[in-house]
Design a protein around this ligand. Structure first.
Ligand code: PLP
Length: 383
């Protein structure tokens, strides 16, 4: 399996020849211009991209300014900036810089964790469906993936996942909130789970969508690291920080665990531009709150419209939503593409659920009016 094959593009069956055609389509009436709050970032032209759980509003104004001035640091290796960022992140998470490792997106943290903690004799336990990368990387290392279906509420089935962990399990993966369902594991459930899993198994908690979660029962697994050195948390600057294209993520864990993960990463892999943008973003919590508020408001708007039409969907704590269209999603995805709207890929274990990233309000309004045409409410399964 090549790296190209495990890219997000490969995961998305929607990126086919016809997508290439869609990208080249001439101007369409549903093209959107940037909103006043998001100059240059909200799909100024071309398709509406609500397929990869990106943030349509882009980086914070402070981060954009930092990116613009980053050429000044281009001739220097980025170690100082990396140290500075690790120090800020350590403070934020109440740990030391030795507890933090930076990666090229959290994808690299997932990959390096697999490399550090899996062998062909061990296995990886994960929910199904979830973010596929960790399973794909395990396959590269010839490790078997044991997938445990989500429960009836589309949530992790933690009792079954704990029971599936044996002395042969190198990593158990928890995605919280889960991609693609947007469902959460509560703080209490996570605390119980770590008690059940052997300390010899690494618990990799992917919190890529942490900042979007609004459920008061939700909590970060970073709180568990001090008592459980087998817990590692992955975070990213790709989602709420709006910097998916710049590539920066990080892992938080016990010092030796982090050291093992770091040994599988390229030295000084995070570039100067993204480091300065990340530092600036962390200094702009106001922008983060505004972004969260806008995305949450649009998600609520969409949920209210779906409920009015008696459509079924999975309540989400993330910047995407799974809508049951009552029929196989692939033809629906294709029809959206013909309208220059790119929605999430088909998930084989949830074939009637369409994953929609929460874009800007006009983007989601355009999506919903297209959904009404493609799958009239009467044709979709009622809630
Ligand atoms: N984890 C989850 C749950 C995701 O959904 C994604 C991307 O969509 C990632 C990790 C990887 O993100 P990145 O490598 O951009 O940090």
């Amino acid at each position: 399996m090549t790296t190209a094959k495990i890219s997000r593009r490969h995961f998305s069956s929607s990126l086919t020849k016809s997508l290439a055609a869609a990208l080249l389509l001439p101007d369409r009436s549903n093209r959107l211009t940037a909103t006043p709050n998001s100059p240059g970032f909200a799909s100024p032209a071309g398709p509406i991209r609500i397929d990869f759980n990106e943030n349509p509003y882009g980086p914070s104004p402070k981060a954009r300014a930092a990116i613009e001035s980053s050429p000044k640091a281009a001739n220097r290796y980025p170690d100082r900036a990396a140290d500075e960022l690790k120090a800020v992140l350590a403070k934020k998470h109440n740990v030391t810089p030795e507890n933090i490792v930076l990666g090229c997106g959290s994808s690299e943290i997932l990959k390096a964790t697999d490399a550090a903690f899996l062998t062909p004799e061990q296995n990886l336990v994960a929910p199904e469906p979830t973010f596929e990368a960790v399973l794909q990387y395990a396959r590269i290392g010839q490790t078997a993936g044991i997938t445990i279906p989500l429960d009836a509420e589309h949530r992790h089935n933690l009792p079954r996942m704990a029971a599936a962990c044996t002395s042969k399990t190198g990593i158990v993966y928890v995605c919280n909130p889960n991609n693609p369902t947007g469902t959460i594991v509560t703080r209490e459930e996570m605390a119980e789970f770590v008690q059940k899993v052997s300390p010899a198994t690494l618990i990799l908690v992917d919190e890529a969508y942490f900042e979007f979660a609004g459920d008061p029962r939700y909590g970060t697994a970073t709180e568990l690291i001090a008592a459980h050195p087998n817990v590692v948390v992955a975070r990213t600057f790709s989602k709420i920080y709006g910097m998916a294209g710049l590539r920066l993520g990080y892992g938080i864990g016990e010092k030796r665990t982090i050291g093992r993960i770091a040994s599988h990463l390229v030295q000084d892999g995070a570039n100067a531009a993204v480091l300065s943008a990340a530092l600036a973003s962390l200094d702009d919590m106001e922008n983060l709150a505004i972004t969260k508020q806008k995305i949450t408001a649009t998600r609520k708007w969409l949920c209210a419209e779906l409920a009015k039409d008696n459509r079924s969907f999975i309540p989400s704590d993330a910047n995407f939503l799974m809508i049951d269209v009552g029929t196989d999603t692939q033809p629906v995805i294709d029809q959206f593409r013909e309208r220059s709207i790119l929605v999430g890929r088909r998930f084989p274990s949830m074939p009637t659920y369409l994953r929609v990233t929460i874009g800007t309000q006009p983007e989601i309004e355009a999506f919903y009016s297209a959904l009404r045409q493609i799958v009239p409410a009467s044709a979709a399964k009622a809630a």
